[in-house]
Write a protein that binds this ligand. Structure first.
Ligand code: HPA
Ligand code: ZN
Length: 315
């Protein structure tokens, strides 16, 4: 990666902590927790990171998360991510975690949260990285389950800045979660949601109109709807775009076809993020580098993208 890209101060606003679980740590945690894995070794697991769509990735991502059991595991996961951030001059992070992925396996909410929170606090003290944690609901599960998760989270209200919506997009539109988002907002939490990754522009309209989100996660399909483009430009609603993720999950065929710089030049407040770096081939720095290599991103454009990420912080 060019040094000038690495040196730019950046914020990461779209990162799933469970998606930062590198195969080496996955195997180490499996051994520590005495869990048998379906993959022979790290190389075999890495070789399985070939996806045709979001769902194929999610199936592996949830299987991988099964090794996370103790508070120390969640601490180690988060700490490893923060070390990567430090190395790439990511000075602020607003990561997601998926409580339901863990509570549905019998891991107490508090165990998950305490491990993540302690690492984030240590990251602030020891690495100088500020943070705001976002609790994400799994949209393939019923809204009732999201309500239960929000209830479990409320004793730890101060540990979060907001709620998000992730997992399988198609067939699970934002409107299914209108009530639980209203409840979260009434508690003073910010709202964000994945929309327009695989799903149509209509899902972005719903996320804005019904969930009243402050940022759109992905949102690359907004470009198919001119009226929607005008709104997100006029209101400067940030998009947390994840270029390497979009290629790995076949949202675009090649990086050369990605629309992030076209959006930037049209005045959309786009940002660069890694989504699930352990699975998609890189952290924020590698995502910037790919835009430089395949789309000819200039230094001026990189600076605007990095500044957008700092401007779009919620914490
Ligand atoms: N989309 C939806 N859900 C997710 C993703 C994503 O890119 N990564 C982790 N959960
Ligand atoms: Zn995501």
């Amino acid at each position: 990666m060019p040094e000038w890209l690495n040196a730019l101060p950046k914020a990461e606003l779209h990162l799933h902590l469970e998606g930062s679980l590198e195969p080496e740590l996955l195997f180490a945690l499996a051994e520590r927790n005495q869990i048998a894995l379906p993959w022979a070794d790290v190389e075999t697991l890495r070789a399985a990171y070939a996806f045709n769509n979001l769902q194929e990735f999610l199936d592996l991502y949830y299987a991988g998360a099964n090794v996370l059991r103790t508070e120390q595991d969640f601490y180690d996961l988060t700490w490893a991510y923060l070390q990567r951030c430090k190395a790439q001059n990511v000075i602020h992070v607003e990561p997601f975690f998926d409580p339901q992925t863990h509570t549905d396996r019998g891991i107490p909410f508090e165990v998950v949260l305490r491990g993540i929170q302690q690492a984030l606090l240590d990251g602030e003290k020891q690495l100088g990285i500020s943070h705001g944690l976002i609790l994400s609901f799994l949209r393939h599960l019923p809204e009732e389950e999201a309500f239960k998760t929000l209830e479990q989270a409320m004793p730890f209200r101060d540990a979060f800045i907001g709620v998000g919506l992730d997992s399988s997009e198609k067939g699970f539109p934002p409107r299914l979660f209108e009530r639980v988002f209203a409840k979260a907002r009434s508690e003073g939490l910010h709202a964000v949601a994945h929309a327009g990754e695989e799903g149509p522009p209509e899902y972005i309209w719903e996320a804005l109109g019904l969930l009243k989100i402050k940022r759109i996660d992905h949102g690359v399909r907004a470009i198919e709807d001119e009226r929607l483009m005008q709104r997100i430009i006029d209101e400067q609603i940030p998009l947390t775009v994840c270029p390497l993720s979009n290629i790995k999950l076949c949202v675009f065929e090649h990086m050369g076809q990605h629309n992030i710089l076209e959006m930037l030049e049209r005045g959309v407040k786009v940002t660069v993020n890694s989504d699930d770096p352990a699975y998609f081939g890189g952290y924020v720095g590698e995502n910037f580098a790919a835009l430089h290599e395949h789309l000819g991103m200039t230094e001026a454009q990189a600076k605007r993208l990095a500044q957008n990420s700092l401007d779009a912080r919620l914490a």
